[in-house]
Design a protein around this ligand. Structure first.
Ligand code: HGY
Ligand code: MN
Ligand code: MN
Ligand code: MN
Length: 427
């Protein structure tokens, strides 16, 4: 039987795919935008309602639930050797504006169902199993991705920065956290940092968010996670009347931003590798009036690569272009701030092998692959051996309402996760 000797009386895994789909649909109703889109931003009312929904399901699964100062939520199933370091799994439930209902959610609801399936099969964990719902994997509200897992991994600079960080409406992080019932009484967030050897393994189930798996294999076994970076840039000029100022007298901040956007594409495409990607997902022009020359342009750049040095070389070129454009157009480059410039992460061999063995036992086709999206796993890898399991998603769509994963693919992913957790728990 799949669990080795210790659970000889266990029956095969059964996943309640119907109930799981219903949960995914119910969770998606906690959204600031109408279906089929999902928008669920850190510490908003819908985020709090969604958290409550998950905590309730963790309770029904018989897990003991705790939350830390920033709202990372832990649901634990004690093993029969509880003093051993636990095996963890988990993902996120926050959703960027107008996105879908599977990104992150599959790795949280799927993990709870994986535990339920193991319980139904009579499996008894040796190492405790713990599900983590990470606070704010998306960068939407405070501009930094994986805020919760960065802190868990000991993000001291972030813990310091969060004391003064405000969102787009000038609400401070601590105020927002307190409005959701977190960060009570303490400004010091170092209580969130986990000790280095808190877990013997961390495995995350997630949709692929790319087109490779679909129509080819059922399971992706992630070998490494690409290195993300984000940069905030401001150009400032004199602005002025869109009619009255002649072209030679203008220093249009908007046009400087437009030129930098194309320079980003240019440097990324010129990196020498298809693995370098970049875009400018945020562009704000001030004052934002059709008949006023933009006096300020704010843009945010996302650049990634599986090779860290190659990515960093592209960032340097983007910075040089920003300076050259400012000079040429007589605008001021008032901000060029690298928000994060993270190294890639590599999956642990033993977790890759456990996932491969689980997929084999379930007779599921699988392939090794890179994750080009970042995940909380990228930061959990700093304090624990890490692995990721991908399931196919429709046309690789993600971060948009058309995002979709079939109940069958989700069921496969949950079974592989359950078996992998079981193997790691008995290790
Ligand atoms: O942007 C990402 O890679 C992740 O989906 N937040
Ligand atoms: Mn995402
Ligand atoms: Mn995600
Ligand atoms: Mn700015």
């Amino acid at each position: 039987n799949p669990f080795g000797s210790s659970a000889s009386d266990s029956s095969p895994l059964s996943v309640d795919a119907q109930a799981l789909q219903k949960q995914i649909d119910e969770l998606s109703t906690f959204s600031d935008t109408p279906a089929p889109s999902v928008t669920r931003i850190l510490y908003t009312e819908n985020d709090v309602l969604a958290r409550r929904y998950i905590k309730n399901l963790m309770g029904l699964a018989g897990l003991s639930v705790r939350e830390d100062a920033v709202g990372n939520i832990f649901g634990r199933w004690d093993g029969y050797e509880p003093e051993l370091t636990a095996v963890a799994t988990g993902s996120h439930i926050d959703a960027i504006p107008y996105s879908g209902k599977y990104d992150g959610v599959v790795g949280v609801l799927g993990a709870i169902e994986a535990i339920n399936a193991l319980k139904r099969s009579g499996f008894k964990p040796k190492r405790s199993l713990e599900i983590i719902l990470f606070t704010s994997e998306e960068p939407t509200r405070f501009g930094i991705g994986c805020l919760g897992s960065r802190l868990l991994a000991g993000g001291e600079t972030l813990a310091e920065a969060l004391k003064t960080m405000v969102d787009g409406q000038n609400i401070s992080f601590l105020e927002a956290a307190r409005s959701a019932g977190y960060a009570r009484g303490e400004d010091d967030l170092s209580s969130v940092f986990l000790k280095k050897d808190s877990y013997s393994a961390f495995v995350e189930l997630h949709i692929e968010q790319g087109p490779i798996l679909e129509d080819e294999v059922s399971i992706g076994i992630v070998t490494n996670i690409a290195a993300p970076a984000s940069i905030k840039v401001d150009f400032e000029g004199n602005g002025g009347h869109a009619g009255g100022v002649l072209m030679p007298d203008r220093n249009d901040a908007g046009l400087a931003a437009a030129e930098l956007m194309l320079a980003v594409e240019n440097h990324v495409m010129g990196s020498g590798s298809i693995d370098t990607v970049g875009t400018v997902g945020i562009l704000e022009l001030h004052p934002g009036a059709i008949n006023s020359i933009p006096s300020k342009a704010h843009l945010e750049i996302d650049v990634r690569d599986i090779d860290e040095d190659r990515r960093n070389a592209v960032i340097k070129k983007i910075h040089n272009s920003a300076k050259a454009i400012a000079k040429k157009r007589y605008v001021t480059l008032s901000e060029f701030k690298i928000i994060n410039q993270d190294p890639p992460a590599h999956s642990e061999k033993s977790i890759i092998e456990a996932t491969e063995a689980a997929s084999k036992e379930l007779k599921l086709t699988r392939k090794y692959m890179v994750s080009r999206a970042y995940h909380d796993s990228l930061f959990m890898a700093r304090i624990s051996p890490m692995g990721m399991i991908f399931i196919p998603c429709y046309k690789g769509y993600s971060h948009k309402p058309e995002e979709y994963a079939s109940p069958k693919d989700i069921e496969n992913g949950v079974k592989v996760l359950a078996l992998t957790l079981a193997k790691l728990s008995l290790s």
